[in-house]
Design a protein around this ligand. Sequence first.
Ligand code: FEO
Ligand code: CA
Ligand code: CA
Ligand code: CA
Length: 680
Amino acid sequence: MKDYEHDYPDYTQSPDWEHGDELPSNQSQNRTFYDVVEARASRRGFLMGGLAAAITGMVGLGVSTRGGLAVSTSPLLGFDPVPVSEDDTIVVPEGYRTQTLARWGDAISGDMPAYHGSNTGEEQGHQIGQHDGQHFFPIEGESPYEGSSSDGIYVLNHEYIEPRFLHADKYAGQELSRSNVVWQDGTRDDDEVLKEINAHGVAVFRVQKQESGEWDIIADPRNRRITGNTPMEIAGPVRGSEHVVTKYSPDGTRTRGTLNNCAHGVTPWNTYLAAEENWAGYFTNTAEDRPREHTRYGVSNRPEGNRYGWHLAAGGADEFARFDATPKAASAAEDYRNEPNGFGWMVEIDPFDPESTPVKRTHLGRFAHEGVIFAKAEAGKPIVCYSGDDARFEYIYKFVSREVYVPGETDGAILDEGTLYVAKFNEDGTGEWLALAPGRNGLTVEAGFADLADILVNTRAAADVAGATKMDRPEWGAVDPATGEVYFTLTNNTLRTQAQVDAMNPRAENQFGQIIRWRENRDDPAATGFAWDLFVIAGDVNSSRAFDGSALNEDNIFACPDGLWFDADSRLWIQTDIGESAMNQGDLEPMGNNAMLAADPRTGEIRRFLTGPMGQEITGVCTTPDQRTMFVGVQHPGATTTPEEWAAGQLNSHWPDGNGAIPRSALVVVTREDGGIIGA
Ligand code: FEO
Ligand code: CA
Ligand code: CA
Ligand code: CA
């Protein structure tokens, strides 16, 4: 058992580190998810299904590699599973075909600059970045789920960059890891920094199915890149507060850019929400006395920061220097001490209005937002959405609006007033939503929370005080359209110490992750209580449990669930993100490359549907309304190339272009040869 901070002084060397992860920063004494699972299993108090009993019996239990789910009973899953793969290619079931679309570097706007290894920063500002959360909005612009299945506006998150691929010509031949940038006398090249910032953010572009059946990007006035520099409004309770006063916005109403946009959300009023996940590492604050709104999120105190050192761009431009949040002037309105407080939010984007300014919706809380998922909106009822904080031992949140949903009238402003809650999981299979609001759950002035804006800027600290349950890195959520049950991936957490393990706990060092689900009391999304269970414990044939208590088998072993999405038929799509330092090695070796599986939430059956190329993660999935075209994101192929291999020009992936090319994130368009519904 490794202790994170002692055994991995450089935490990026730990087996579950992913590019961009922050050092754990939750020092509170709140209970871990495993404390709860253990206690619950020991009392056999599960409410839903047999997984609980399986947990109690897991230690030392010999299990068949072929569980009860090997033979299909699911009416939802009509394809033959694909095997685990370590090939540099996409594999889909027999009867399916694929096309790649929207590669990193493909142009969508401006004079449509062609991709090559020496593109400028300005050119990257008209090109696609790396792929994560995404949605196909039918072209009619009326509903995010109904309308054309051959013409739409695609919105795509760009989470981070791989500098050696981004600056491929300049960085060729140098021994560089997947996160290294090149410094010149302690400064960064201005255009490299601009290119890196412009490769972040979100792309909005029209896609259309051609007569050939292939999909293309189409020039359209709505196409645009939103980047790490794009002006944004701050809305909700934090707008205009002292926390977001900067030299750029002395009245605290605006900020520039969105960063590390991981997963996303789709609102019932046909807009898109981009999450800001591991944003803290872009900033530094070298002051001795650093505020909790920096430390509780992992803002670096190293002069160069934890990522790319943008504030050290040689020319010293304001838009770059702002990433240094060290107080430098007499007041907050004269420096960028509050710049990090403009990040960690959900950003609303209207894909159909290219003139609209993106809006940071602060009442949804500030943390490492993986994404956001909305409960089914019903006229006359509040809007409810859920969001996970993807860091080790962090929490799951829910927002309930004050106003009710009025179809055709409601817009994003409904997210500016309401109540933010955090989840507490109880041992008896129940759970509570704890309000994070002034005077509630210990959030008093005496406890250090001056008002609602203070609570929201310090969401993690407020959740600590309220007594939330520490989880194993909450990633995407999904709501079953048939039942309203909410599913969340908990991707992994190897940091659980020996002190948290006992005979009842089957998962010392959680390398593999699990999927939790819950049902709100009275099936009311706005309820303050719920019942929960585990849907699947991921892992290999020795360490996993499907819903019926059997082990996963060769058709469905997987690890590190991350992307999660329900299609209209309640097929649950599960995407994996085994970290680059663990992929294809050790205990993670049997899972091969990252993959996508489909599950039936009622029978519990899971089947592997797609495997990806080398070094990537599969992340982001949606279909056209007719469910006959599926889009799947492939992020960071080739990321497991070592520095030595990069220097020697021997990359372990050339996907998707082949022929020795630099690997590029891309969408995979999946269709069936018989034109049928994907997965059925
Ligand atoms: Fe960006 Fe939590 O994955
Ligand atoms: Ca990742
Ligand atoms: Ca993710
Ligand atoms: Ca992940």
